[in-house]
Design a protein around this ligand. Structure first.
Ligand code: PLP
Length: 286
């Protein structure tokens, strides 16, 4: 599947991920007394930009909600047409994908790939887990859980969420939702390289990284989604999609109209019926 272009990717995350977030924030409030039942922001680092499409649904339910796109400092494509190599696997492919509704994005924020890897080490290695439990008082069950569901782009999403909270001055009851997009099982060799480069991380170093990178998150590399920025992000699609991938200028221009996105959102129920019909036929055939 061409995940960068096919609107089924957009529709899946708009409908499934978006509505899941809407239900989850209410559940968090009702069952755990966490948050105000709303979603203040959704942060997502973009690969295909499927996941960030959830923000379009969340904003329809919570109009004050901010959609924050994330990319590596080392490859800031949307931030200022930048380029470069980076080490956050799965994101930052140096173009704006066809399915990305840049007209609804409230800001682009960049996150440092080395900081992501340093924080990942804190989450997954024993001295780091000890620091989180003993120095920061985090519940050991949560620390253990976090160590198994985090990878480099997941940490990027979390660091972006912290930056978002600071930038918009969000408080204790405001939910910022993000996604743990990968897990450590893909990154053991990256962690070994980190040890070779920076030396063995002890509890003191883990404390310092948590304090400096997470609590001390800086408000640099942020560009708000005003009219000018959104036009720049949209116009960047031209080179990939018209010059290289055969879309017409008319098709590209059509994306400026919010109705274009709404039309795709409204196709969800039609697609669901078609899928259901097909599955039923298949099960009868078996
Ligand atoms: C590890 C990882 N992180 C992040 C992403 C980005 O998600 P999306 O493609 O939905 O933008 C991907 C996408 O494949 C991925 O593999």
């Amino acid at each position: 599947m061409n995940q960068f272009e096919l609107m089924s990717n957009y529709r899946f995350h708009y409908y499934v991920t978006g509505n899941t977030v809407v239900e989850l924030v209410q559940m968090l409030k009702d069952k755990a007394g966490i948050g105000n039942g709303r979603c203040a922001a959704f942060t997502s680092s973009m690969g295909s930009s499927g996941t960030i499409s959830a923000g379009d649904r969340i904003k329809q339910v919570f109009p004050e909600h901010k959609i924050i796109g994330l990319e590596p400092v080392q490859c800031p494509t949307l931030y200022w047409n930048g380029y470069g190599g980076h080490d956050i696997q799965g994101i930052g492919d140096k173009h704006v994908t066809w399915i990305h509704n840049v007209w609804n994005m409230d800001a682009i924020m960049c996150v440092d790939d080395i900081e992501c890897k340093k924080v990942l080490q804190v989450c997954v290695e024993e001295p780091g887990k000890k620091a989180l439990i003993e120095d920061f008082g985090i519940d050991p069950v949560k620390v253990e859980l976090m160590s198994s569901i985090m990878g480099i782009s997941g940490i990027c999403n979390v660091l972006g969420a912290i930056k978002t909270a600071k930038y918009y001055g969000l408080g204790k009851d405001d939910n910022i939702v993000t996604v743990a997009t990968d897990a450590i099982d893909r990154y053991y060799s990256v962690m070994n390289d980190m040890t070779e480069t920076y030396g063995k991380m002890d509890q003191r170093e883990a404390y310092y990284r948590t304090e400096y990178i997470m609590r001390g998150a800086k408000l640099d590399w942020i560009r708000e989604g005003d009219h000018f920025s959104r036009n720049c992000w949209h116009n960047l699609k031209y080179y990939t999609w018209v010059e290289q991938q055969g879309k017409t200028v008319q098709e590209l221009d059509a994306q400026r109209n919010p109705e274009w996105w709404i039309k795709h959102q409204q196709m969800v129920s039609e697609m669901n019926s078609l899928l259901k019909e097909k599955r039923e036929k298949q099960s009868v055939a078996v």
